[in-house]
Design a protein around this ligand. Sequence first.
Ligand code: KIV
Length: 271
Amino acid sequence: MADFKSIKRVTTHVLFEMKLRGEKIAMLTAYDYSFARILDEAGIDVILVGDSASNVMAGYETTLPITLDNMIYHASSVVRGVKRALVVVDMPFGTYQGNSREALASAIRIMKETGAHGVKLEGGIEVAESVERIISAGIPVMGHLGLTPQSIHKFGTYVVRAREEEEALKLLEDAKLLQKVGVFSLVLEKIPATLAGEVTKQLKIPVIGIGAGRETDGQVLVLHDMLGINQEFSPRFLRRYHNLHDEIKGAVQAYIDDVRSRNFPNEKEQY
Ligand code: KIV
């Protein structure tokens, strides 16, 4: 296989090959056409249309309120901006838990109406039947274990998960089960690095971490956090690559000043 950077289209098979070859996978979230285009041009491998859209796009405190229609709107916008990356869409809360028929119907809507390449859902054994049913329809599924924000009201806090042995063992069992039922990849969120490394070693599928240390096969961050658009969220695992909040605010203030002082538009900027 050619160099992964020159690959025309990232597929689930490409990600699997990357794991085999020890090449790290770079994944970011996006929720709209314009950002998706930039990420794709930059060479990102996977774009996740995360239900974190509920927080960073819609301003809700949790990921629970976002709807299937909302996610389909975001995902179809992202897909229109992408030529190379694999696009995965989060199934929102309430569209797959406890009812595998509804899970399949929701996943089919996402695939049909957005043109995305796969779906992601949170949980282990509790959602295994839904995962299996979706996969049986030919839809690639990414799992998500560790901190699962859709269950925030069950856990009550966003602290690091699976520090205790019992929870760590359950996570490892869930990871193996998800692999067995056919997920093509797994996200591990906010768990100890040693546990994430162990899961990564024991699984054949690529494991992508967020706050899960450096031993996973790839990393994912929320775009608005890593670009510094969203300044309220500063967990230890987050590396900020920019301070777009201040840059955008500065640009908007300069525009306001120019309009008020009649400096914009000038003669060359009019007809
Ligand atoms: O919704 C999201 O952005 C996610 C990532 C944090 C993995 O699920």
